[in-house]
Structures are given as C-alpha cells and as structure tokens.
Design a protein around this ligand. Structure first.
Ligand SMILES: Cc1cc2nc3c(=O)[nH]c(=O)nc-3n(C[C@H](O)[C@H](O)[C@H](O)COP(=O)(O)O)c2cc1C
Ligand code: SF4
Ligand code: SF4
Length: 434
C-alpha cells in the first residue's frame, strides 16, 4: 500500500490534503467533520477583531456555468466558477480561540494537524491572538495576508484598511508581523498570500527573511461576472472567486517559490480532482489545499480523492509522497534553457492512417499543410513545428521529428517575407521549397 504520510517543515501529516480555510472549518463541529472525512490538516476559518467583516451580504454563494443534469452521475465540471460574498468568521477572534480549544484534542487524537487563521491589524493584536491560538492547541498558523480586500471599500474604521491583503500588498509590513510573531510563539507560521499582488516570489523571499516557516497560496481572486440575461453582475459585483482553471497560476507560483526559497508551500485555488493533487505535489507543493470543490461535492469527495491518489501511486509504484514531491521541478526550463536546449521540430503525416478530415489544415497557422485527394500532406519547409495539428488529428496520424538544422525552423517562420531574411533563402526559389 502506498504511504500517504508526509511532512511540512516540523508538521507531520497523515496525508498531504488540507481543508482550506472557509465555512467548512468555521465551528468545532465542522472541524470534526473535516477530520472524519480524512483531511491530513484542517485550516480553520479566518477570524478577525473587525465587527464589520463578520457580516456578509446575500446571496452568499453563486455557481456559474455549473450544469447539474439529473441523468448524469454527480461530478464537478472542469470549467465552472465559484463566486462568494463571505468575509471572516462571525465569531470574533478571541471567541474563535475557544473553538480551536474545543477542536484541538479531537484533531490530535486522530492525527490531524489543526492550523489556525487570523487576520490582525496592529502588531499587538497579532501577538495577542496568535499566542492565544497556540495556547489553545493550534499546531500552526496561517497568517491571513490575503482576504478580505479592505482597500476596495470593505472598511468600517480606518484600521480595517490595514488588514488581510494589505500585508501582501505591503510585504514589509507583513514581514514586520512575521518577525514579531516569531519572537512570540514557536508554532510554524504560514503567511497566506493574496491574489493579484504582484511578484509573489519577491513577497515570499521577504517573508522567508522575516522567518516564515512556509508560504500558503492563494485565497480567492477578486472577480466579476455578468449575467447576460439581466445585464447585472452575478452576486452584486466583484466577489471572491475560484475556478478549476485557476490551478495553473497557483502551480506556477508554487513551483517558483519552492525552487527559489526552498520553503514548504501549501498550495490551493482550483484544486478539484485527485489529478490536481498529484500535479500540485509534482510541482513542489508540500501540502495541497482544497475548499470550494469540497463545498460543491460534499465531504465524501475527500475520501474519493484520497483513494484515487493512493490508487495512482500504486499504479505508478510510488511508495510514498516523497517520491512524487517536486518531481517536475527539475524539468521546468528557464528561458535560457528553452532557447538553447530545445530542438526545432517538424510534423509528419502517416498517409496510411490519415482519413482526410482536413482538420489539421484548418488549424495550421503557417499554411504548411497541403490538401491531396482524400489526404493532407505536410510541407516540411514551411512547418514551424508548433505541433497544433498533432493535437487535433482525430486518428493520431501526425507525429513530430526533430529537425537536423535550426535554419529550417527560421525559414519556416520567415517563409512569407523571404526578402526580409535573404541569407536564409539563398539558392531557393520562393514558394517552391528547397
Ligand atoms: C466560502 C469561502 C470562504 C472562505 N473563507 C476563507 C477565510 O476565511 N480565510 C482564508 O484564508 N481563506 C478563505 N477562503 C479561501 C479558501 O481557503 C481557498 O484558499 C480558496 O477558496 C481557493 O481554493 P479552492 O479553489 O480550493 O476553493 C474561503 C473560500 C471560500 C470558498
Ligand atoms: S506542426 Fe504546426 S506548423 Fe507544422 S504543419 Fe502542424 S500545425 Fe502546421
Ligand atoms: S487531421 Fe489527421 S486525419 Fe485529418 S487530414 Fe489531418 S492528418 Fe489526416
């Protein structure tokens, strides 16, 4: 049996799947349900001391492009969008401490890590509440530097403007909070970064220097969708949102931060299926967070995801999570490697397989495909090796081969304007090829 246990810095987890902070971890009862569902760690709902952020507009949750058909088994579409108007816990942070105190023994007895989440304003507030969480039994803290988004209007008093995403937008202030908290508590601290705040690698580096034990990526993005039937925004206006396709941005930043800082990264946003968990681990995430997908699918989704992760590991003969962790990192090329190491390509059609559907010709941007009677043919001299045709051929009749000569690649790209690059085309008659 594959071993799903893993470590994230000092924390030991029975598996790398974490429940992201949200309503599913908003009370002790919810946290217990998350533990029973099988999560390796639970990130508790963020609490604040800002009364304004404890109130939410309605409706709270909206699904866009989420087709539910009675004749199909329940599944999560790959392209739906989740939009919500939920802010911080309705319990002020000093009351949420009691929820942590109640839930912590249940988590401990079952080997589930409990991570608290607080969004503070001044340093003293951060120190007081994070100390209380640690004493109440939180194994680690996510420092909410991600949401809500007070600079965009959710401000009841001026101190609320220095809350949540403010600390990602002003990383030096975030670093100050981390430094002070490191002097105060000895549980691991994971600043959770806000979306759209620029160069996350630079921010992570600043937080590493300040003593962060890891980085958590990302809270929801601030998004807007319009209902075209009514001409009105979905759910009042910009709201917090997530979608399966947003996993790509998380993965990109997770891999860069892991590679450059070596800090453990808790990565989420868009994680929906078991394949996403494997992908995130391969991209270097130490733990993978999931929130909206569990909300739309229910807690039973967690067991299914974990069972499928385990089945994959067995099929691929991975004995443990450490064999998957960061597996893709060494294959991620930088720009210099891309230019210097990657060979030019050319496509080839196997005429025995080709059924003459013409799809490859329709997609070839470089006009490198010629129509023969009932077949298509690649004109090698014009093929830029983009490989799009290989991916639309319904019978897999197109393969690619490496070019011997890089000049062929330049010639293919410059074909239409041969006069601008005359040296490349010396000795050739325009339009006829070599
Ligand atoms: C309804 C809802 C409430 C959330 N509340 C919080 C929160 O209080 N604190 C926080 O750090 N993240 C919060 N999040 C963000 C999630 O923890 C997670 O980072 C985000 O949803 C992206 O992951 P996902 O695509 O798996 O949902 C919330 C997400 C949802 C859907
Ligand atoms: S690889 Fe690209 S350029 Fe070459 S034939 Fe196919 S679609 Fe055209
Ligand atoms: S897409 Fe494939 S089957 Fe269709 S014409 Fe091109 S090579 Fe032939």
């Amino acid at each position: 049996m594959a071993d799903l246990t893993t470590t994230i810095g000092k924390l030991k987890l029975k598996n790398p799947l974490l429940l992201g902070a949200g309503p599913l971890s908003g009370t002790a009862g919810h946290i217990r349900k998350g533990v029973d569902a099988g999560f390796g760690a639970i990130c508790a709902k963020t609490a604040t001391l800002s009364p304004f952020l404890q109130k939410y507009p309605r409706p709270l949750y909206r699904l866009k492009d989420y087709a539910v058909r009675p004749d199909e088994p329940f599944h999560i579409p790959r392209d739906y969008m989740w939009l919500h108007q939920e802010h911080n816990s309705v319990f002020p942070a000093d009351k949420f401490v009691e929820i942590v105190r109640e839930a912590a023994p249940y988590c401990k007895e079952r080997g589930t890590v409990l991570i608290g989440s607080f969004a503070g304003r001044g340093i003293q507030e951060w120190q007081k509440i994070v100390t209380a969480y640690a004493e109440a039994g939180a194994d680690a803290m996510e420092l909410n530097f991600c949401c809500p988004f007070p600079p965009e209007g959710l401000v009841s008093d001026p101190t609320d403007a220095h809350l949540g995403i403010y600390f990602s937008q002003n990383p030096d202030r975030g670093a100050e909070v981390i430094r002070k908290l490191k002097e105060t508590v000895d549980i691991p601290l994971f600043p959770k970064l806000g979306p759209g705040t620029g160069n996350f690698l630079q921010i992570a580096q600043i937080f590493k220097q300040a003593g962060a034990d890891g980085i958590s990526l990302f809270a929801n993005e601030r998004l807007l969708r319009i209902d075209i039937e009514t001409g009105r925004p979905v759910n009042h206006g910009p709201c917090a949102g997530t979608s399966p396709h947003m996993i790509a941005a998380t993965m990109r930043w997770a891999s860069e931060i892991v590679r450059e800082t070596k800090l453990p990264v808790l990565a989420g946003r868009g994680v929906t299926q078991w394949e996403d968990v494997i992908e995130m681990l391969m991209a270097g995430a130490a733990g993978v967070e999931m929130c909206a997908a569990v909300m739309v699918r229910g807690m039973k989704h967690v067991r299914a995801v974990l069972a499928d992760v385990e089945a994959f590991m067995e099929r691929k003969r991975y004995k443990g999570v450490d064999e998957i962790y960061g597996r893709a990192l060494k294959h991620i090329l930088n720009n210099k490697q891309l230019i210097e190491d990657v060979r030019a390509l050319c496509a080839e059609i196997d005429l025995k397989k080709c059924i003459g559907c013409r799809r490859c010709g329709e997609v070839c941007v470089y006009d490198a495909i010629e129509e023969l009677p009932k077949k298509n043919r690649i004109m090698e001299e014009k093929c830029a090796g983009c490989t799009l045709c290989t991916q639309v051929c319904p019978v897999c009749a197109i393969s690619v081969k490496e070019r011997d000569n890089d000049d062929d690649h330049f010639r293919a790209l410059a074909w239409e304007h041969q006069e601008l690059m005359p040296d490349l085309f010396k000795g050739m008659t325009k339009g006829k090829g070599k």
